[in-house]
Design a protein around this ligand. Structure first.
Ligand code: GDD
Length: 318
């Protein structure tokens, strides 16, 4: 069996590639000419790398035709919520047109792979305390251009299944973290700042945004296991939550990281540029629908995810 991963050089893409290789699959992946390759350094000789700009229909079609995969994991996206407020059109362009080009590419290649479209818990957006834990039936009330782009991706996955019979799988994944996580995202950003303070590269002040939000965290290594099960066992055009069901207040996550440092007297300072025009305050999911279909449950405690992320940055800040 062959898998094609869009965005293989990214955080999730690189973990997924490693996992699929360990399961005996052949793995191809798309990258852009300016993609950094360090995440896939240890596996690049074992995978097929295809240069591709997903915003270009022909480039996307050619990548799919060249790979002729049994599974497509469509992960590539502009995935930073904060940036989507500054670049709404670019976010919609990358995410929505990118997804259309993947789906059209499959149609024109005349193949019928199972296609996972990586959607997001951000789609739930404004959630009331009475609505948690959030089920897939909850209304979608997106609060950022990024979230709107993911609602559109999901609707495209639905529509292409109904219109053309494409075998689309919709995963609504809650926050997932771990080593290699981009340093703009909160867990990785705070862990990097702690590591920089330890190495004397920064004064003992951590810059933060909204510490009151709650996020339902899962380790990326549990998430990629979920994605492989999803393409094998889930129903097409149905949405599935992937999460741990264990929300953390961002402040508690920060306190945990600080408590793991030998540096004392670390202070916190709010950086207004890290605030969002509207933030999702509570994400606390219910993954029972996905569990019933696949038997999946998360195995890695979030404390280990944070420990590993901190060690990842300690090894890189010299
Ligand atoms: N990035 C960041 N930086 N976020 C901060 C900071 C900071 O300094 N301080 C507080 N936060 C808060 C944000 O306001 C938000 O409430 C929360 O921490 C998490 O922010 P992110 O780590 O940037 O993730 P996200 O929840 O916005 O989005 C992530 O999860 C989604 C799934 O729910 C991304 O990975 C999305 O691509 C993904 O779809």
């Amino acid at each position: 069996m062959r898998a094609l991963i869009t965005g293989i050089t990214g955080f999730v893409g690189s973990h997924l590639a490693e996992y699929l290789l360990s399961q005996g699959l052949e793995v191809d992946g798309t990258y852009r000419w300016r993609s950094r390759m360090d995440n896939i350094d240890s596996i690049k000789h074992k995978i097929g790398l295809i240069e591709c700009d997903l915003r270009d229909p022909f480039s996307t079609y050619s990548a799919i035709k060249r790979s002729e995969p049994d599974y497509i994991f469509h992960l590539a996206a502009q995935s930073f919520v904060r940036a989507s407020f500054d670049h709404p059109a670019g976010t919609i362009d990358s995410n929505v047109h990118g997804t259309i080009n993947v789906l059209e590419g499959v149609r024109h290649a005349e193949i019928n792979p199972v296609i996972q479209v990586a959607c997001s818990s951000e789609e739930y957006g404004f959630v009331t305390p009475q609505e948690v834990p959030i089920k897939e039936t909850n209304p979608l009330r997106p609060l950022s251009p990024y979230a709107v782009s993911k609602v559109a991706e999901e609707m495209l996955a639905y529509q292409y299944h109904k219109s053309y019979g494409l075998k689309t799988i919709i995963t609504r994944t809650f926050n997932h973290e771990g080593p290699r996580r981009g340093d703009v995202f909160v867990t990785s950003n705070f862990a990097k700042q702690v590591a920089e303070i330890e190495k004397g590269k920064r004064s003992p002040i951590i810059q933060v945004g909204n510490l009151n939000a709650q996020r339902d965290y899962t380790d990326v290594r549990d998430v990629v296991r979920a994605y492989y099960l999803a393409v094998q066992k889930c129903d097409y055009a149905e949405a599935y939550n992937i999460c741990s069901g264990r929300p953390w207040v961002i402040r508690d996550m920060l306190n945990y990281l600080v408590s793991k440092s030998h540096k004392k007297d670390i202070r916190v300072e709010v950086d207004q540029s890290r605030m969002r025009p509207s933030d999702v305050e509570i994400l606390h999911g219910d993954y029972s629908k996905f569990h019933q279909k696949t038997g999946w449950k998360p195995e890695i405690p979030f404390e280990k995810t944070l420990d590993d992320t901190l060690d990842y940055w300690r090894a890189r800040i010299v």
